[in-house]
Design a protein around this ligand. Structure first.
Ligand code: ADP
Ligand code: MG
Length: 630
């Protein structure tokens, strides 16, 4: 609740609305105990007194009644009627909407056609017709205003309910044997309540206006009782001679409606989770770059793709999350380089930084270079990046459902991936799609090309993701845990497929995983990441046989071996570091049993020795490592 208010008041205008509205509400609540003259007592001798005359702060009206008193009592009445109408309309409308949306089918059809009929009448005419039928009076005006707003709520809430009713947790509740009433009250209602509140907060002002409108026409509150609309109506005759009688209720209506609307907008923004996260801005098309340090000079033995001293951070308010610091990595054509590390070690951010895909804000590339065929991609224009993305450098992501559009056939999506870079016709696109699906060994590709993503199994979807990455015959594929969600047989097939591709087509692969088995099977070289830094790098067989960084050794000790007999699996004690509070020295030191003071205090450089690189003062000596590995 406190958080909600904080959020609300961050929006200045909504805060202003809340303050004005609160002041008005307090004023009308204490009206009965204020020393005010009776609002209905006429005194013809005192007609049309100007404001600020003795005893009448706001003057008097055409019957000599005190305007301040009438204003406060009138506002009290108008607010009460408006809010009551909104509550009634929201309750009835939402109930209709929920029932229609939840049961669907014929019930939905009958209810919604009735609602449509109500909506087909012009709004104010309908209200007038209802009051005309029931007879003038405040109660009837309330009924009329509530009735014409019911369809609005019914439509809105039905739409929300329909999507909810198809969701898995509703099915689960039904299978668990809950009755319809229970499901509606405990599963649906809590989910639509924010929508109801939002719809209400944005319509209360409107309903107060409508009630005032009916009273203005003489159909609402009856004399001598004052509400804002009838005060305006009675003042109309004296608009020129005594304008204050119109201005006083007019200003009050303006203040109420404005403050409710501002507050309503604020409430809507504060309740919407997407707006609540502060992400009002959409991410840019490429990651922001803020390189302070001078660019490292290009190395001459650069591979096809060369990541050099890359640092990427997330700047969220005053915090800076250094997700990737000083990472250097290169890959040659036909080579597969693995990146391994615990969850949160910065693997994905490294991969996304290559093509400027880290969401910005809050992501910023703070240093280093990414060279593709010698060209610095960090400095490249958006047009250049767009040309390379998916064409020369392609990604395979962990969750294939997030890559595929649920409403398009996979063949069309594959063809679109090609067409984004090369103009090809429909028939050609289809032919290529079938070819690609065959290449990733989807059985019966010619028929599957017309399937929708939901008609495929998880493994097949992942293979479609791979086919999409292959669509333009790229030079580099960056695979971010593409097999983590798959079972071992499918995983083995996909690894074999990638392995073939790099041998046949000379594809360079950066393969991100947290599975040593996968690394051993596929990768020529491996880089171990911890706390956003590479701590060890080298040829796979060498690193696996002789891990030198204590972290690598401990990671490997966590891997069970088939047929290796019973062995105690060593989990690494402690947790990975929070990247916004990285220690000055080695990030692994707090969890490392070899760490000494020097590890905790100063920065440690990555020392390159032949084809191995290591960031550690006290590496595991080889005999101990050999002992740990067996
Ligand atoms: P992984 O190695 O599991 O792929 P990531 O590269 O996704 O890890 O994340 C690295 C670090 O960056 C994590 O500590 C994560 O909390 C942080 N991070 C990722 N995205 C954001 C973000 N939008 N805002 C703040 N921190 C983030
Ligand atoms: Mg990841």
């Amino acid at each position: 609740m406190i958080a909600f208010l904080k959020l609300l008041f961050r929006n200045r205008l909504a805060g202003l609305g809340a303050v004005v509205l609160a002041a008005i509400v307090i004023l009308v609540l204490i009206t009965p105990i204020l020393p005010l003259p009776d609002p209905d007592v006429t005194a013809t001798a005192d007609r049309f007194k100007r404001p600020f005359t003795d005893g009448h702060l706001l003057g008097t009206d055409h019957l000599g009644r005190d305007l301040l008193s009438r204003l406060l009592w009138g506002t009290r009445l108008s607010l009460a009627i408006g809010i009551a109408a909104a509550l009634i309309a929201a309750t009835i409308g939402s109930a209709i909407g929920i029932v229609a949306g939840y049961f669907g089918g014929r019930i939905d059809n009958i209810i919604m056609r009735g609602v449509d009929m109500l909506m087909a009448f012009p709004y104010i005419l309908l209200a007038l017709a209802i009051v005309a039928a029931l007879g003038p009076g405040l109660m009837n005006a309330l009924i009329a205003v509530a009735a014409v707003n019911v369809p609005f709520f019914a439509r809105n809430i039905r739409g929300v309910t329909v999507t909810l009713a198809g969701r898995e947790f509703i099915d689960a509740a039904r299978l668990a044997g809950l009755g319809h009433t229970r499901i509606i009250l405990t599963e649906i209602l809590p989910n639509v309540l924010p929508v109801i509140v939002i719809a209400m907060s944005t319509t209360v002002g409107w309903m107060i206006l409508e009630t005032a409108g009916l009273s203005f026409l003489g159909l609402g509150s009856q004399p001598p009782r004052a509400d804002l609309g009838s005060m305006l109506g009675e003042a109309r005759a004296a608009l020129i001679t005594a304008p204050h009688t119109s201005v006083v209720p007019g200003v009050m209506i303006f203040l109420i409606v404005m403050s409710i609307n501002l507050l309503g907008d604020g409430v809507r923004d504060a309740l919407d989770p997407r707006l609540r996260s502060g992400a009002l801005t959409r991410p840019r098309a490429m990651t922001m770059v803020d390189r302070e340090a001078p660019l490292p000079p290009a190395r001459d033995d650069t591979g096809l793709l060369d990541i050099q001293n890359l640092s990427t951070e997330f700047r969220v308010g005053p915090r800076v999350y250094k997700a990737v610091s000083d990472v250097s990595l290169s890959v040659q054509p036909g080579e597969c380089v693995g990146i391994i590390g615990e969850s949160g070690s910065g693997k994905s951010v490294t991969a996304l930084s290559v093509m400027g895909l880290v969401a910005s804000p809050p992501g910023v590339i703070a240093g280093g270079a990414v060279r593709f065929q010698g060209e610095d991609l960090v400095r490249a224009s958006y047009a250049t990046l767009r040309q390379r993305r998916g064409d020369r450098v392609a990604y395979i992501f962990q969750d294939p459902l997030a890559t595929l559009h649920p409403l398009y056939r996979i063949g069309d999506q594959l063809a679109e991936a090609i067409r984004a870079h090369h103009p090809i016709g429909r028939a050609e696109g289809r032919r290529r799609a079938v070819e690609l699906l065959t290449a990733v060994r989807i059985p019966n590709a010619a028929a599957r090309v017309d399937a929708y993503p939901h008609q495929l199994s998880g493994g097949m979807r992942q293979r479609v993701g791979i086919a999409m990455a292959l669509a333009n015959d790229p030079d580099v594929i960056i695979a971010d845990e593409p097999t983590t969600a798959l079972d071992v047989t499918v995983q083995a097939q996909i690894l074999a497929l990638l392995d073939d591709l790099r041998r046949d087509r000379g594809l360079a692969i950066i393969f991100i995983t947290h599975d040593f088995g996968v690394v051993a099977q596929l990768c020529d070289r491996v880089a171990v990441m911890y706390g956003g830094r590479i701590v060890e790098q080298g040829p796979t067989a060498d690193v696996l046989a002789r891990p030198r960084h204590p972290y690598t050794a401990r990671l490997m000790a966590c891997v069970p071996e088939l047929g290796g007999g019973r062995r105690k699996l060593d989990a690494i004690p402690g947790l990975p570091p929070a990247v916004d509070r990285l220690p000055p020295g080695c990030a692994f030191a707090p969890r490392c049993d070899r760490a000494q003071d020097v590890c905790r205090n100063g920065a440690i450089d990555l020392v390159v020795e032949g084809d191995r690189a290591l960031r550690c003062h006290f590496p595991c000596n080889d005999t101990a490592a050999a002992g740990a590995a067996t």
